[in-house]
Design a protein. Structure first.
Length: 285
């Protein structure tokens, strides 16, 4: 009996593995036509600067698969990165966000900046610099209104190549931020080696830091180190008022998270921004 049970479990396990495998192949395949079929959209999540009162937004991609429904970027971006589809997706994200930028500006949000996420694969593409410059020129958007968020793993893949590309993007006026800062072992190593402007402290550091002293010390140390290096600091995953208060006390420049707003589709953004601007005014007074 025990043996049969064991075999059943093996069979069950194998069929689960097969499901995962089949889904992966399917996503990989369907990704190839997703841009052309208009299946992607951008959501926007505000970032609030409590010092200056400025608000910016981060563009976060969403994929509405025709049969599977919403697929998370955490699931499909890594797959897109292993194929060259990420280059096409990256281009689409920048183009669409430039388009949305123009619309937001003409709707009265004239100081709004937009952050987009770039993945490792886009960074080793030698045409990135020209692609980006062309998109900004064609959509008539100032590159200085854009922030590129890149993760630590991106940077460490080809450090010298990445430094060269980052410099050329900065020369165009683009702001560079390190996303998910602190999760890799080499975080401190590159702070002075790479031409960056800002760090986004990873959500895992923000989650419990108001509940335990060591966590708070670490966040405080990151903020003060970043400031000494002339980098601006954003906290991601801010969900409670306690976190907001403590982060403000510790001198964190900018905050982002469900406390302020989840990512929302473009058409909902003006409303969310208007509310946040008045929230910031009342916070500061
Ligand atoms: P990320 O850039 O670190 O984005 C933050 C993620 O945390 C987003 O998940 C956001 O919805 C979520 N988040 C924001 N505030 C909170 C909060 O208060 N609590 C919690 N629990 N979560 C919060 P999302 O949109 O699913 O994106 C996941 C990741 O996928 C992003 O992490 C980014 O690395 C990647 N990604 C998203 N859009 C793009 C894109 O256009 N291009 C590339 N290359 N990667 C993207
Ligand atoms: Mg990001
Ligand atoms: Mg992040
Ligand atoms: Mg993160």
């Amino acid at each position: 009996y025990a043996k049969t049970n064991g075999i059943n479990r093996v069979v069950e396990y194998e069929s689960k593995l097969r499901d995962i495998f089949v889904k992966r192949i399917r996503l990989e395949n369907d990704l190839k036509t997703a841009v052309g079929n208009n299946e992607f959209s951008l959501y926007y999540q505000p970032k609030v600067n409590l010092r200056t009162g400025e608000i910016s937004v981060e563009a976060l991609i969403r994929w509405k698969h025709p049969q599977l429904g919403m697929v998370s970027p955490a699931e499909f971006i890594p797959i897109a990165e292993e194929t060259s589809v990420i280059e096409e997706i990256g281009k689409w994200v920048l183009q669409q966000s430039c388009h949305d930028f123009r619309w937001l500006h003409s709707s009265g949000f004239s100081t709004l900046k937009i952050a987009v996420n770039l993945s490792a694969r886009q960074f080793i593409d030698s045409s990135l610099k020209t692609t980006v410059a062309n998109i900004f020129a064609n959509t008539n958007v100032p590159p200085s209104s854009f922030v590129f968020e890149i993760t630590e793993t991106t940077i460490m893949k080809e450090p010298n190549e990445v430094i060269r590309i980052l410099k050329s993007l900065k020369e165009q006026g683009i702001t560079i931020a390190i996303d998910d800062f602190g999760v890799s072992y080499s975080s401190l190593n590159y702070l002075n080696r790479f031409p960056i402007d800002a760090v986004k402290i990873d959500r895992s550091f923000i989650r419990d830091f108001h509940k335990n002293e060591k966590g708070a010390e670490i966040v405080e140390a990151i903020i003060s180190l970043a400031h000494r290096l002339n980098l601006s600091v954003t906290a991601e995953g801010v969900e409670t008022e306690d976190q907001v208060r403590l982060l403000a006390e510790k001198g964190c420049d900018e905050m982002q998270g469900y406390y302020f707003s989840p990512p929302v589709p473009l058409e909902k953004l003006p409303n969310v921004l208007t509310k946040l601007y008045s929230w910031v005014r009342s916070w500061k007074s």
